[in-house]
Design a binder for this molecule. Structure first.
Ligand code: S3P
Ligand code: PEP
Length: 426
């Protein structure tokens, strides 16, 4: 598709779609609780639809009523062996978290995904799950999908220090630990998004978190409850960057999730001197309204424990840095290499093709700004965040066309992305 270029201003106010991480987990906890869970404002992106389809295949009735999704939970002991292979689509969150759910189920299943997912390492979950007594294996020494799993109803609890900063690995182990015989202790490398821990409490379960150390007792059961999903700050990120960089812009995003494990991008925008205001903070729902206006930007350094709090935003943050006056350095972000694409290389290549000056490094990027951007042909390579970053970059291109190939990847997390963007065009 041909992207809109040379935007002269973006103005408007709207709500971004529901948080992807919370949407996945609402289906998982709703299924594993006993009783009826109603989920409001769920994201209907392809990744979440994959999680819904998998739980249906595991015997859970899930109804989409438009205004809400109703999950008729069956409890940990009510899941049934699937008749079909479980299709995880493009979703790392689905395959990894569901591995932890299936770890405690006394049946066999096979999980597979698309070309991108089939290149992503699953050894980060298979190694600790094997220690708990699960029979799980994939392809090559990195356990790439497809993964075959036979769970056990006599899981050994685990004491495990995560070698990577990953909420997906942490959550997979939490789901397994909830089904084990005894208490497990999981220690994080860095603090990562804590939606699983929050939802255990919301569904009446018990978890203790002390800094990076998490303790979970096995043999728990959950009670159904209603969940309202806040807007996804990772989706909001594209409009925050667009509003800061396109001249003559003011964009207001309502009801954006501001869980403290997700707000790294707000800190980066503030450090760069961006004009961002936060209003209508709802402490209980952990949401707020964010407003950005066109700004002169300073460079910054992004490294250390902030990285997991903005990991999915780094592609569009790299674009933001191309518009700052000076050199921005991103470090400690080697996890970007094992996302839907190698996001260090793909982001650097894409933005350099458009005229940026980015040097990819082993664990991040060095970005020299401020650069003008030019037209180019970009292929998402099946990565939704590359597609949306390209669409925001195109707005800054004064001359030339930007052609986006494989734009359908954006359906993964933001099906209405282009409609929402067009609402802002002056
Ligand atoms: O737990 C989650 O919902 C997610 C965790 C992160 O992945 P990692 O755990 O691999 O860092 C993130 O990149 C992904 O989009 C969603
Ligand atoms: C990395 C992502 O998702 P997942 O790991 O679930 O595929 C993402 O949404 O950017």
């Amino acid at each position: 598709m041909k992207l809109q270029t040379n935007a002269t201003g973006l103005k408007g106010k709207f709500k971004v779609p529901g948080d992807k991480s919370i949407s996945h987990r609402s289906i998982m906890f709703g299924s594993l609780a006993k009783g009826t869970t109603r989920v409001y404002d769920i994201l209907r992106g392809e990744d979440v639809l994959s999680t819904m389809a998998v739980f249906r295949e595991l015997g859970v009735t899930i109804e989409d009523k438009g205004s809400e999704v109703v999950v008729h939970g069956v409890g940990f002991d009510g899941l049934r062996a699937p008749q079909e292979r479980l299709d995880m689509g493009n979703s790392g969150t689905s395959i990894r978290l569901i591995s932890g759910v299936l770890a405690g189920q006394p049946f066999s299943a096979e999980m597979f995904g698309d070309d991108s997912l089939s290149k992503r390492p699953m050894d980060r979950v298979t190694i600790p799950l094997r220690q708990m007594g699960v029979d799980i294996s994939g392809q090559t020494d990195r356990d790439l999908p497809p993964l075959k799993i036979t769970g056990s109803d006599q899981l050994t609890p685990i004491s495990y220090t995560l070698p990577v900063a990953s909420a997906q690995v942490k959550s997979a182990l939490i789901f397994a630990a909830l089904q084990a015989d005894g208490e497990s202790i999981i220690t994080e490398k860095e603090k990562t998004r804590n939606h699983t821990e929050d939802m255990i409490q919301q569904f009446g379960g018990d978890i203790s978190v002390n800094g990076k150390e998490i303790r979970i007792k096995g043999g728990q059961s959950f009670t159904a409850t209603d969940v309202t999903v806040p807007g996804d700050i990772s989706s909001a990120a594209f409009f925050l960057v667009a509003g800061l960089t396109v001249p003559n812009s003011e964009i207001t995003l309502e009801n954006v999730g501001i869980n403290e494990t997700r707000t790294g991008i707000i800190e980066v925008i503030q450090a760069m001197g961006g004009d961002l205001t936060i209003s209508d903070v709802d402490e209980v729902a952990k949401s707020a309204t964010l407003t950005v206006r066109t700004s002169q930007l300073n460079p910054t350094e992004i490294s250390g424990d902030i990285i997991p709090r903005l990991i999915d935003e780094l592609p569009v943050i790299a674009l933001l840095a191309t518009q700052a006056n000076g050199t921005t350095v991103i470090r400690d972000a080697e996890e970007l290499k094992v996302k839907e694409t190698d996001r260090i290389q793909v982001v650097a290549d894409m933005l350099n093709d458009m005229g940026a000056e980015i040097t990819p490094t082993d664990d991040g990027m060095i970005i020299k700004g401020k650069t003008n951007l030019n037209g180019a042909t970009i292929n998402t390579q099946g990565d939704h965040r590359i597609g949306m970053t390209a669409a925001v970059a195109a707005l800054l291109v004064a001359d030339g066309d930007v052609i986006l190939e494989r734009s359908e990847a954006i359906q993964t997390s933001y099906p209405a992305f282009f409609e929402d963007l067009s609402l802002l065009m002056l």
